[in-house]
Design a protein around this ligand. Structure first.
Ligand code: 5GP
Ligand code: MN
Length: 313
């Protein structure tokens, strides 16, 4: 059921204990939204746990409270609400099976399946963290440095440091106000963007696979299982090819298992959320992803035919 921001705030206010979670393969917005909301709710005396069914990426180590995030190792969990942030029910792993509390879903993905008991969805927000910022206002809670840092990281990472098309005056105003707590954007971006030397070597290997399609409108990097296994991390690889002159759709395909491939897409014109949704995934017009359960070569063929079919001229 769709609810308003006010009703979302009222439901959170009325709860005593909450479990917050976000999507697997968590990014800066998923984790920043969870920790930001956790800090804010704790100032109201709520009992809050953040539980995510995946590993936490090292590049987010600057996030305050990140060490408190747990995995869903218990048999079952009790809470007044299971709060799902930055995703819908199908992408958060086992927690909805282990926690039977009503699901309160807060998201900014237009492809949300709307199956949650209560859903606040705002696809105009640059990040789920931007919704958390507005929730803090609705709840009348002030930001301290920790909550501001978490929410700022969500805003900054999902908007490409305020340069993607999802950035609005609201995003900028929220960031400006969060900065008033004393957080330093350059320290945050430096910590997040610093990479091990081995990651740069991995990027060099990955870039050797780059191919152009459709007269240069599509660029892809294709990492088979052997290459993927040799890489620590593929964060940021797509940003290396999205900047190629003339490219509309960029894509990274990686075989995370012999018969399971992950896809990341970015675009300037074509709506890649529709392409991803057609393959069982989702996301935004300009950034989307999916998982293809096929061997690498087959997945590549399928993916490229779906992208070429969808190209907008
Ligand atoms: P990324 O390429 O950074 O992993 O994801 C880009 C965007 O697409 C993010 O907003 C992410 O949440 C969404 N996305 C990525 N993979 C999937 C997927 O498998 N399913 C859905 N529903 N969304 C995805
Ligand atoms: Mn997000």
């Amino acid at each position: 059921m769709l609810i308003t921001l006010r009703e979302t705030a009222d439901r959170l206010m009325a709860a005593n204990s909450l479990i917050l979670t976000a999507h697997v393969n968590p990014d800066g917005d998923a984790i920043g939204s969870c920790l930001g909301l956790k800090f804010l709710l704790e100032t109201m005396g709520k009992r809050v746990q953040v539980i995510i069914d995946d590993d936490i990426p090292k590049f987010l180590n600057i996030m305050p409270g990140i060490e408190e995030i747990k995995k869903p190792v218990e048999e079952s969990y009790e809470a007044d609400y299971l709060v799902i942030l930055d995703a819908c029910l199908d992408r958060v792993g086992v927690l909805p099976e282990k926690c039977k509390a009503p699901v309160l879903n807060i998201d900014h993905h237009g492809t949300n399946d709307e199956l949650a008991d209560y859903l606040y969805l705002d696809a105009e927000s640059a990040a789920t963290a931007e919704i958390i910022y507005r929730l803090a206002k609705a709840l009348g809670i002030r930001f301290d440095k920790d909550s501001a840092t978490a929410v700022y990281i969500g805003l900054a990472t999902d908007s490409g440091y305020f340069k993607y098309s999802n950035t609005t005056p609201h995003t900028m105003r929220a960031a400006a106000e969060l900065m008033e707590t004393g957080i330093r954007p350059e320290k945050i971006s430096e910590a997040i963007e610093t990479k091990d030397f081995s990651v740069i070597q991995g990027m060099a290997k990955a870039l050797q696979t780059v191919e152009l399609f459709a007269d240069g409108k599509v660029a892809g990097v294709f990492l088979d299982h052997e290459l993927t296994s040799s890489l620590d991390n593929t964060e940021g690889f797509i940003d290396l090819i999205r900047v190629i002159d003339g490219v509309d759709v960029s894509v990274v395909l990686k075989a995370v298992e012999p018969e399971v491939c992950r896809v990341s897409m970015r675009s300037k014109v074509t709506d890649v959320s529709l392409i991803a949704a057609g393959m069982g995934g989702g996301g935004h017009k300009r950034a989307a992803g999916c998982t293809i359960k096929m061997p690498f070569a087959e997945a590549k063929k399928y993916l490229m035919s779906e992208i070429l079919k969808a190209l907008e001229v």
